[in-house]
Write a protein that binds this ligand. Structure first.
Ligand SMILES: [Zn+2]
Length: 238
């Protein structure tokens, strides 16, 4: 095989390997989500309980609200001596009554909150245990995925380094030509000829060009797809 074609073919193999590694790396988050999916049934209830506890704890007791009501009641009482008419008096009573109801509601709500918080806190250990069991069940899968991820990253790094080294040994003009064809042909710039046919576009290659390929003295391009050609002596269809 022509030595330039051999280099370009090697470059193409590396580019395809890099492309595949990139694609495989993109699958990692998807695979990770599939593992998450397996334990969602035990993780979601635990997360929800944790969030509810945090919210209730943050809401705190009714102290602040009750203090505001104390202020309001005090202000209403101070109005009492200035009252001149029955209308004013009944309006004030109505307001005081409303404040009292508000206080009762607030106390009821706070009691409910406390009960709910207590119940949630009691449930948490069992929910957490179920979640931990779930994580333990998929631990091996997570480890395998992590190892796969690391191996892919390492392979990709090595491939890119090797490619860089190869690229610097290829004549710039050929390298640009390769890139131009690859960009037009979905990354396949070099194609084998089998049984007299270009395997890139399946157009027959003229006998003269096949002969040139045998000699290997110059780079031969396919007249159908403009790819760089090389002879693949394996029987077609193998
Ligand atoms: Zn072709």
């Amino acid at each position: 095989m022509n030595s330039t074609v051999a280099q370009l073919l090697k470059l193409q193999q590396m580019d395809l390997a890099i492309r595949k590694l990139g694609h495989d790396l993109q699958q990692i988050p998807k695979k990770s989500r599939l593992i998450d999916e397996k334990i969602r049934g035990v993780k979601a209830p635990y997360d929800e309980a944790l969030a509810a506890v945090a919210e209730l704890e943050q809401r705190g007791g009714p102290e602040a609200g009750l203090r505001a009501l104390d202020e309001k009641e005090r202000a209403l009482k101070l109005k009492m001596p200035g009252i001149r008419t029955n209308e004013e008096y009944s309006a004030l009573l109505k307001e005081m009554d409303a404040t009292k109801k508000e206080r009762e509601q607030m106390e009821d709500r706070s009691l409910l909150d406390m009960e709910r918080l207590e119940k949630l806190r009691a449930e948490l250990p069992a929910l957490e245990a179920a979640y931990r069991d779930g994580e333990a069940a998929v631990a091996a899968e997570r480890d395998a995925l992590k190892a796969e991820h690391e191996a892919l990253e390492a392979d990709l790094l090595k491939c890119k380094k090797d490619r860089q080294a190869l690229q610097s040994s290829i004549h710039q003009g050929w390298f640009r030509k390769y890139n131009t064809i690859a960009a037009q042909r979905n990354g396949l710039a070099v194609a084998p000829v089998k049984g007299g046919t270009c395997q890139g576009c399946f157009v027959g290659v003229r006998p003269k060009l096949v002969q040139d390929l045998h000699y290997g003295e110059e780079v031969v391009f396919c007249e159908g797809c403009q790819r760089v050609l090389y002879l693949d002596d394996e029987p077609a269809g193998s």
